[in-house]
Each structure stands twice: as C-alpha cells, then as structure tokens.
Design a binder for this molecule. Structure first.
Ligand SMILES: Nc1ncnc2c1ncn2[C@@H]1O[C@H](COP(=O)(O)OP(=O)(O)OP(=O)(O)O)[C@@H](O)[C@H]1O
Ligand SMILES: [Mg+2]
Length: 310
C-alpha cells in the first residue's frame, strides 16, 4: 500500500446539514470537488443544491457538518479564500442603462480588480462585440455571459454557478457549456449545479448526485456510468417472438415503445449475441445498437423502482 498524500480538493464537505423548521433542506451531505475540471452538482428541484452553495459561500449558517475550500475550513477562514472563488448564486444586479463594459468597470473598482481585466473577461465570454450596448438591451443569454464575466474579474480558481442555464435556449446552453469547458481547460475548477442531469453529463468530468438533501453517488461520470451494463437496443419485425427467444436465452427484455431493450442480468451483453440469437430463429433485426446509460438513468436506478415495471 502506497502512502501518497491526497491532493487538497477545491471543495470538501462532510456531514453538512441545514433545517428550515420541519424541512431538512440539507441532510448529512457529503461532496468532494477535485481541483481542475467541471464538477456537476446534480439533484431534482428542492434537493438542497442552492442551500448547500449558500452555506459554502457563507451566505447562510449551517446547522452542522464541516466545509473546506482549498483546505481552509469555512466559514471560519472564508476571508482568506474568498478571493479564489467566483460565484453566481442569485442573478447578479447590473445597471440597466450602463454598458457591459461600464458595469464591469464599476464592479472591478468595487472589488479591487485591475481595470485591464474588464476587456479580457468580456473577450473570454464572447461579449467583446457588444460591450458598449446598454445592459437593458441584452438578451437573457448575454446577461448570463456578463454574469460569468463578472465572476472572472478576480481571476478565481474556483467558479460556482447555481443553475446557470435556467431560462437559456438551446444555443445559450450550448454556448455556456463551451464557456465552462474552456474555464476548466485553463486549469480552473467549475462547480455547476443543475436539476437537469442529462444536460450536465455532456460537460462534467465528475459529479455529485443528491436527493432530499443527501448524497446518492459521487465520482467521475465515466466511472459511475460504467458501473452498470448498457442495454442492447433492438428493433425487429416480430417483437413478441423476439421477446420469447431472448427470454429463453436467459436475457432480460424490456420494451421502450418501439424497440426491445435487452440486458444480461449477471454481466455484459454484446449486441452481436442478440442479433445472432434472433438470426438463428429466422428473425432479422432492422436496428441494433448499444444504448448508453446516462446520468438520468443512473439517478432513476439509485432512487426509483428497478426494472421500470410499476
Ligand atoms: N429560506 C428558506 N425557508 C424555508 N425553506 C427553505 C428555504 N430555502 C430553501 N428551503 C427549502 O429547502 C429545500 C431545499 O431547497 P434548495 O433551494 O436548496 O433546493 P435546490 O436543490 O436548489 O432546488 P432547485 O433545483 O429548485 O433550485 C426545499 O424544500 C426548500 O423549499
Ligand atoms: Mg436551487
């Protein structure tokens, strides 16, 4: 057994709890966000994401548990680490009749960031061409970019975005993903919360999945998804016969409306085996492929009834 010291994570939370009267908003939550990369903080509406982030940033007190940012216990040592952190929790306030550039210049002054950063961050979020227009003329997506630009003024190592794509159109969501990917690729850590698991899967390296205030699963997306086995999806002309043939071979068959989803209960199933078993009985498949599990399915496996049967 080697004894390498673990690298200090960007965020380390253990046993965190917060109660609002009878509601356990956060209940013994654990989360570790490694340095570098995009970390998805995922859970349905009301599962405690915003409450957790607000406690981490010292905006509300916790009832119990421990939180560290870059190894420093918070909120106790928040003043020492806060300059390493940029966050969008609530929609930030900008002046309607000031341009993006002027809004950021004011903010830079207020937080003591060099004015030269303003142009850099506008460039970074793709607003450079529109920086002289008044804030009130901006679309929702542009406002969101400006909010991201504002968090970058201090050149933080950790960025925390709470549900950043709420209200954005598909193009806006796509652009935002590209922005956070870039930030992570430049060595920063991005913690991004969302209730839409599939949306974050495309950009997150690691995730924490929570429900009802507690942690369900955590780790690299690839590892979490590899833990189960992907179903083989097959479309055939005679689904009822195909179903019987595959079941007789000891496989598990479910329908998804149009196709059969086939798995082996105790291990991996190759698409070729499904095609061969059906072909041997004179059934030809018109579509065949492996359906990748996604975080949404993983979430349902962790929380919901197994097998899909009611
Ligand atoms: N100030 C408050 N007073 C009372 N209850 C609260 C308060 N803030 C949050 N809660 C409750 O705590 C629980 C967790 O809320 P929270 O906002 O953290 O969830 P969330 O995961 O961010 O949800 P969403 O995806 O909808 O943003 C919810 O049941 C919510 O109603
Ligand atoms: Mg929230």
């Amino acid at each position: 057994m080697t004894d390498h010291p673990q690298p200090v994570p960007a965020v380390a939370i253990t046993g965190l709890s917060k109660r609002y009267r009878s509601i356990k908003a956060v209940d013994n939550l654990t989360m570790t966000v490694p340095v570098g990369g995009v970390h998805g903080f995922l859970g349905p509406n009301g599962s405690g994401k915003t409450t957790t982030i607000r406690m981490l940033l010292g905006l509300i007190p916790a009832d119990g548990g421990s939180m560290r940012l870059f190894g420093e216990p918070v909120p106790q040592r928040l003043p020492q680490v806060i300059d390493k952190v940029g966050a969008i929790v609530e929609q930030p306030r900008f002046f309607d009749t000031f341009s993006a550039r002027k809004n950021l210049a004011l903010l830079a002054q207020a937080i003591g960031a060099p004015l030269s950063r303003v142009g850099e961050v506008l460039q970074q979020v793709g607003l450079a061409g529109r920086e002289r227009y008044d804030f009130r003329t901006y679309s929702l997506g542009m406002k969101q970019r400006l909010a991201v630009a504002a968090t970058l003024l201090k050149d933080p190592q950790l960025l925390i975005f709470d549900e950043p794509t709420n209200g954005l159109d598909p193009q806006g969501i796509h652009d935002f993903r590209a922005t956070i990917r870039q930030l992570a690729d430049s060595g920063r850590t991005v913690l991004v919360s969302s209730h839409i698991l599939a949306e974050v899967q495309q950009v997150a390296d690691t995730v924490t999945i929570i429900a009802r205030g507690g942690t369900l699963a955590e780790g690299p997306v690839a590892t979490l998804l590899a833990a189960g086995s992907d179903p083989v999806r097959v479309v055939v002309g005679e689904p009822a016969r195909a179903d019987a043939i595959l079941r007789a071979a000891g496989l598990v068959v479910q329908g998804d409306g149009r196709a059969l989803l086939v798995t082996r209960p105790d291990g991996r199933l190759e698409a070729e085996e499904v095609a061969r078993r059906l072909g041997e009985q004179g059934l030809w498949v018109s579509e065949l492929g492996v359906q990748r599990r996604n975080l949404e399915q993983l979430y349902l496996e962790l929380t919901g009834p197994v097998g899909g049967a009611a």
